[in-house]
Every structure is written in C-alpha cells, then in structure tokens.
Design a protein around this ligand. Structure first.
Ligand SMILES: [Zn+2]
Length: 282
C-alpha cells in the first residue's frame, strides 16, 4: 500500500501540468509520451488516431489478457489525459490516468476474469461539441464490438471531511452524505449489479462509496454525462463513471489551483485498491 501510494504520487508529478492540446502542446506531448512509455512496460501499446479541425489526436490503448477464456468481451477502463487550458489538472484528470497506469501493472501481474483494455483518451475537455471527444471517436471506432463493462476514471483524488463539503443537484441531497469523503459510482441501469459489487469492494478497502443509477442515458441529470463513459451509455454498453464528483466538492475544479498538494493520496490509493480488487471479482 505505501508503495502504491508512492507510485501514484510519481505519476501525478509527471502528469499534473498544463496539457491542453491547443495552448499547451508541449505539456500535452510530454504527457502523451509518459503514458505510452508507462503502458509499454506491460505490453504492446496501440493507438487510435482521429482528426479534429485538421489536427490529429491520439487515444492510447493497452490490452491485457484474462486469467483464462480470452474470448470473453473485455472490460474497458478509460481516463482522459487532457486538461482544461490554464490548469495543471491534478484531480481532473491526472488522478484518473495515474490509477489507469497502476491498473496496467496490477492486471498484468494478476489478470482479471475478463480481458482488460486500458484506454487513455485525448480531447475530453476542450469542446462542447461532443462528437469531437476522444471517447466518442473511440466508441464509434469499436462499431458493434461488445464490451463486458466500461469504467471511466474521472477526477478521483479530492476529498474533504468538513461538514457540508459535498454539494448536490437539488433533489439528490436528501439521499446522499454531506461530507465529501466518499467516492461515487454513477452507472446506467444495466450496470446496477456491477455498481453494487464494485462499491462493496471499495468500501472493503476502507473508503465510503455511494452509487447512483442514471436512467435515460443520464439525460435526467445531465451532469452525470460529463465524462468518458457517456459515449458508451449511448452505445448501449454497461458503463460506470467513478468520480469524487469534481465541481460538486472540489473548489479547484478547472482552475489553476487544481494542484497535487490539494489532493488526498490516501483516498486515491484506496480508490485504486478497492476498484482493482472489485474488477478482479467480476
Ligand atoms: Zn475531466
């Protein structure tokens, strides 16, 4: 556990820097290469390229074998590696990518029951037009290929133990904790059993976990669509976003203050441990 925490910290140090693909091209390139190099320690890294406004963007992919029965549909775990201009994006989403990189190690050393496909997505933050997103482009590229489950790691390292530190959309606040020290799993209705099983495993690692089913592909609470998972809801896959709820608790959301020092690395480590264990049991 202390080792894992230190490895996560060293990933964060490399990843948390300005890295939007338009105004921070150097940082963006640096982070791309860091991800490729880290994933390459565990297998053959593939890439999926797509063009937006005459520029090529790149999703990185690593496939890992299942313990047995390789013909099962894979569990796809994704995290976007770009950031909003003007922020080092430590929580959003260097935390998600750090855990993605540690999952490469974890599922190489001890495979899951399903093949694991790790994808680092480009271009989640910049445009409001969603068909330019790296996740949407990749979901299209998959065509009809079935997935066992899609999991998006989206801002997973910020927590606060202060009373009333957790904010909600009106209506939800009566049902959920007011202290911002839990991790949230938001999934579509077909993923409910997985939501329950994964939350249980995260709780076993010592962390509070709550889950929220999002009906109608998240159209009822549009904030639940913000992440790499929504494109997979639209495809009809089981898909879950794992998140600290970002702007609903983190005052540094999309600001230059979204820095490593503001994160809770014990929290991040517990998310990583609990989720990895949970995915192995699926
Ligand atoms: Zn994000």
């Amino acid at each position: 556990m202390p080792d894992l925490k230190e490895r996560l910290r060293s990933h964060l140090v490399e990843l948390a820097r300005e890295r939007d693909p338009y105004f921070a091209t150097q940082g963006h390139f640096y982070v791309q290469q860091y991800i490729r190099q880290q994933l390459a320690a565990w297998g053959t890294v593939e890439h999926h390229d797509f063009a937006v406004n005459g520029r090529t963007h790149r999703n990185w992919i690593l496939n890992l074998a299942a313990a047995k029965r390789q013909n099962r549909p894979p569990i796809l775990i994704g995290a976007h590696y770009d950031a909003v201009p003007g922020t080092p994006g430590a929580d959003d989403n260097a935390t998600g990518v750090s855990v993605l990189l540690e999952m490469a190690k974890a599922f190489s050393e001890q495979p899951a029951n399903y093949p694991i496909r790790l994808v680092a997505f480009d271009l989640e933050e910049i445009f409001t037009q969603s068909d330019t997103f790296g996740n949407v482009q990749y979901a299209k590229f998959l065509q009809k290929q079935p997935l066992r489950l899609m999991i998006a790691l989206e801002s997973i390292g910020y927590c606060s133990h202060q009373p009333n530190s957790q904010k909600y959309r009106p209506g939800l606040d009566r049902f959920y904790p007011t202290q911002a020290n839990f991790i949230a799993l938001v999934g579509n209705v077909p993923a409910i059993l997985d939501l329950i099983r994964l939350s249980r495993c995260i709780r076993r690692s010592g962390l509070g976990a709550v889950w929220l089913p999002a009906g109608m592909r998240g159209q009822i609470v549009p904030a639940t669509r913000r992440g790499d998972h929504a494109a997979f809801w639209d495809r009809g896959d089981r898909a879950i976003m794992v998140t600290d709820t970002a702007e609903f608790r983190n005052p540094n959301y999309h600001k230059s203050s979204d820095r490593i020092e503001t994160l809770n690395l014990n929290f991040l480590t517990q998310v990583c441990t609990g989720l990895t264990e949970g995915i192995r049991l699926l």
